[in-house]
Design a protein around this ligand. Structure first.
Ligand SMILES: [Zn+2]
Length: 161
């Protein structure tokens, strides 16, 4: 974990008004995935080939969820990570839709749907976080994090090395 991961992010949920304002900024695909638990088509996500150092944040509320260094090529067609930035930044929900038992993950702050986690990832964690590109935004190292909820530092501050 980076130093930034252990910095205090304000995880209290947005108000209904804030959530509505954030949702108004989404396009149809983003809305379907983030708010209605949809899944984007494989191999078309904008972050599949994103290999720079930096951090992936929740597209809806801006909370940092994954670091670029934990992304790996899973061959599934969706961005895949071996671990989250911090487990407290995600909520894990049992999902038995489509006749499968899976673990859905959502942003712990705003509840935006991110994807699923599977127990078939590479070492050291053995986990595969399979995430929709449209659920994420990317901040390269050295550039300021989004601060969509006006929470202040560490949000809005440059993402450290
Ligand atoms: Zn969020």
């Amino acid at each position: 974990m980076t130093d930034a991961a252990t910095r205090e992010f304000d995880l209290s949920p947005p108000t209904d008004d804030q959530l509505e304002a954030l949702a108004a900024d989404l396009d149809a695909d983003e809305r379907r995935v983030l708010l209605q638990h949809g899944t984007e088509a494989p191999f078309c996500g904008v972050f599949l080939d994103e290999k720079r150092a930096g951090v992936f944040t929740c597209r809806l509320c801006g909370l940092p969820l994954f670091t670029g260094g934990t992304k790996f090529e899973s061959g599934t067609g969706w961005p895949s990570f071996g671990q989250p930035l911090a487990k407290e930044h995600l909520r894990y929900i049992r999902d038995s839709s489509y006749g499968m038992v899976r673990t859905e993950i959502v942003c712990a702050r705003c509840g935006g749907h991110q994807g699923h986690v599977f127990p078939d990832g590479p070492p050291p964690t053995g986990e595969r976080y399979c995430i929709n590109s449209v659920s994420l935004a990317f901040t390269p190292t050295g550039e300021p994090l989004p601060d969509k909820l006006g929470r202040g530092a560490p949000e809005g501050e440059p993402w450290p090395e």
